[in-house]
Design a protein around this ligand. Sequence first.
Ligand code: DGJ
Length: 724
Amino acid sequence: MIYFENNTFYLQTEKTSYIMKLLSNGVLSHCYYGKKIPVEDISFYNFLGFRSFGPKTVIDGKEASVESLLHECSTFGRGVYRTPTVEVIGKEGTQVNDLFYSSHRIISGKPKLTDMPSLDAEVDGVQTLEVVLRDIRNEYEVTVFYSVFEQENIISRRHTVKNISEYDLRIEKAFSATLHFEHRDFDVITLPGSWARERQLERFALPHGKFVIDSCRGASSHQYNPFVALTSKNTDEHNGDAYGFSLIYSGNFQISAEADHFDVLQLQIGINPDTFSWNLKSGESFDTPEAIMTYSADGLNGMSQNLHNVCRNHLGKCANKQLKHPIVINCWEAMYFSLDEEKFLDFIESCSGMGIDTVVMDDGWFGQRYEDNSSLGDWFINREKFPNGFDRIIEACHKNGMKFGLWFEPEMICRKSRLYEMHPDWCIHNSSFEPLESRNQLTLDFSRREVIDNIYEQMHKILESNDISYIKWDMNRHIADAGSLSLDKASQGEFYHRYILGVYQLISRLTQSHPDIFFEGCSGGGGRFDFGILYYMPQIWTSDNSDAIDRLKIQYGTSLVYPCSSMTAHVSACPNHQTGRTTPFMTRGDVAQVCSFGYELNVKFLSDDEKQEIRAQISKHRELEALINQGDFYRLRSPFEGNNCSWQIVSADKSKSYVMFAFAVSHANPKPLHLKLCGLSENALYRVEQLDITVSGATLMNAGIPIYPPLQDYATLTFDINIV
Ligand code: DGJ
């Protein structure tokens, strides 16, 4: 997988190659990333040259401009004019620096990150290259880690910066990965969004200059997901070059693509340097989060499948083949804050016999929480609403063959709370002015150990004394007034990163002390949908928007990076609470079906027919579960490009497949179309139940199946395809 020959590093996955050269002046320089090529001498392949106005260096006895070198880990001030990978301010207070090769080693597996989520360390089929670079001032070293996941066609990257001097240094920038392409003939794809409109797909040509997406909100955010794809101009879902980059991190990130005057493109991904600095004492090290890179020649579907596979095979809790995602009914849209024991018992009773696994009690069960203006931080049961605690509730769940789940928002505090009365200084604030509220709440300072300990103890007590099998972990505002009383003046720049490390610490402690509890992530829907959270929580509430038609775009966009099993999707009541739209019950089920499935409504108010549909949807989900969790996902038709949307899942052995086709508004005199399927065996015969046909995979993939648009808005069609 990793080879070092003729001063060249070859990182080989099943279908890709990543190649770097160690230049004679000690610079580690990028050479090639893309479709697999053999390990052979490619010393002829370089872009070293002359750039007017640019300082020069000497490589193999020949002069070349420094900026024509493609530094794998760059610094500022010595002839590279692109954004540096690391910037460390040393004894003399200057930004100017240079990094040169010191040593390297190739190991099997990968070293573990201790305080942050990362891809699993002790696994077969993974090798790591560590290259140590030393700075020209002899003040620090950077270890560049490349871990090669052969089967998944993934290379992960990160850096460790170590202070090897006798005095204090300050890191101003530390990206997780920098890489180069010798041209900018790419389209960029990003996933911008907002609350209830997450991960909408945007594609555009790459101009000269610097293009940036980022978050400075304290969370990865609804606004931009930590992901970018670079594709060739003609790449579509099925064919063409597609590079994907993501970050295993839930805090402030930045991804930039910078094209220079020679069309050299530099991509950077990592912690957002605008809201970061870090003091590094003599002997200390700083680890960046881990970045993920992939390439596929099979278009965007190929790229997504690589990302899905690495998540399902190597990312913490997601990498558990035995994991069952429970079918959940959540009470939020059914009762909002107006829940109490009697209502909830009634709610549980109405779910009986439906096939639901877990009943989840959402916001409103704790402290004095009657609306959204109080009690966050008071994680004890409201005895006015639940005089018997959760005893009768849990008993009723068990009696009806279900388990009980509970909502928390651990990172928050309300001014109206006991916690605030006791610890008014625990919220994130600045001592000279009033902190800004959002949704009547302030954020707890999770960079402080005592704050995390308090929340841990409160949550642990509830979990220890009640049979709770599921936690929904919410986060409903972004950080303002950033800074911590626990940090000195010179260390305030560390706050945001320390905050997210604190969040990871609390989740780790809780998941370790309660290993059987299933955790679901949430942040006002999908505001923190990233690989960092997925490491601990194998599914995330995809969006607060549960409207089936809006969900087509949200789930389609999300699937670019994240596997279907990581997206929670629920059937909710109509008219939909977010859009006012009424869609058929079947459509709501079909759109949610390929995700981690559940309900967000009150069964009591449904007709007998709808209840029957719930039973049918759940038994269908049980049938599809393994396919959803392990199969290959293909996007067939994009809701961003037309009036319909279609996706397909195919089992790894190609014996089983499921297709969903959804229409938005109907039109008179509609044209039929042929939907070409993907991923089947050309020569095998398949039965398509709904069409009553048995034909070859080749026919299904080339001629396709006929789709006749129904004369009805918001309709769906589904197809079960099984090998005969
Ligand atoms: C936002 C979540 O996304 C909702 O599902 C719900 O849990 C509310 N918060 C509760 O306050």
